[in-house]
Design a protein around this ligand. Sequence first.
Ligand SMILES: CCOCCOc1ccc(-c2cn(C[C@@H]3NC[C@@H](O)[C@H]3O)nn2)cc1
Length: 448
Amino acid sequence: MTIFQFPNDFKWGTATAAYQIEGAAREGGRGPSIWDTFSHTPGRVFNGDNGDVACDSYHRYEEDVELMKELGINTYRFSISWSRIIPDGDGEINQEGLDYYHRFVDKLLEAGIEPFCTLYHWDLPQALQDVGGWENRRSIDAFVKFSEVMYREFNGKIRYWLTFNEPWCIAFLSNVIGVHAPGKQDLQAGLDVAHNLLVAHGKSVSKFREIGVDGKIGIAPNVAWAVPYSKNEADQGAADRNIQVFSDWFLDPIYKGSYPQSLYSWFEQSGHVPPIHEGDMEAIAQPIDHIGINYYAMSVNRFNPDGGYLQMEEVDMGLVKTDIGWPVESRGLYEVIHYLQKYGNIDIYITENGACINDDIVNGKVNDVRRISYLQQHIAQVHRVIQDGINLKGYMAWSLMDNFEWAEGYRMRFGLVHVDYRSLKRTPKESFYWYQNVVKNGWMETRK
Ligand SMILES: CCOCCOc1ccc(-c2cn(C[C@@H]3NC[C@@H](O)[C@H]3O)nn2)cc1
């Protein structure tokens, strides 16, 4: 038997996001977001699923907090629906929206659970998209205004903040690959969005410092770890580009004040460059306190001239996969966190890690042993990283409960808690009780 002992002050949590769990899409003064539009556009989301109701957490948040108390976590990562706070993106403030999040955050604090708040988890107010969305620099000032409202309103209640969740998804998955909202397939649009969200991030961090918020702030890139299929240069280049587009493209501007040269040149060779205005790179490079890392899987990459904007393809090496088709390989978590040490021994939180395992309820239980195995492997890697002296401060399992998995709709389940989408009944899975034990003990044991 092996025991993996974690620091006493380690943050154990779970994570969710507003559009994926709240529902109440047209209640409480909320305005439409790009995900309301996208999910109601035929063909964009599996089965025509949408977030109109989701897990109904807008009305059931007290029940959700009770589940968190039962789970024993000390941290809960959630996101703010921008269009609940400012329905048209940069106009009037909706007090009902602020009131909702005060009720929710107060419940967390009463339960002794640290709120860990993501300001932007993909749900841009539609009114801003109508005038170009993140391609339009107007969204920069709109985001800074939204973030200022939140900083001033929740200073003293929320101490841990993230500006953006998964900037690669916001920029490239949504505007170059096109499977997420707004569903564009235009490389220049992706570079414009990536740049403008970075400027918005930096200006929001400056506002956070100017206000003197009692807390810490950062950003949460989803990261890729990739190894080349062969030793030939073309395959190595493909793997490097894949890694860099998720992490370096965003963290180099923040930590170094410039884009990574090799990937910048890669895009430039096809005539695409970020729309850098005077002062932008200085605005982006505001010091931050932590980064959140979202890790799910690693990949084996090889060069393919027809392989999209990176001329890269992932090679199926026959590994065990989760039910969304991602290979289970926890080694990548260890490798990528070491890779990120080039930015210094920064405070890192694993703000998302989990498995899509679509087991259903049988005789009142969900025996999701594959999710337990996935979590065990990845939490062991977290322990290795800490043993190496890296400042890994916390782990938030994705997700507390099954929820709206974007273009996959409700068919893909990542939760420790099962949700029946007809009755909205929550049922803790076996992985919930396994994780509860790890959190309670502060250590994890494996059989051998
Ligand atoms: C035809 C090519 O198709 C490419 C699809 O490419 C991807 C890549 C990555 C993802 C992805 C989904 N998640 C989980 C979420 N993280 C944030 C939280 O909201 C979770 O729901 N992480 N990455 C999806 C699709």
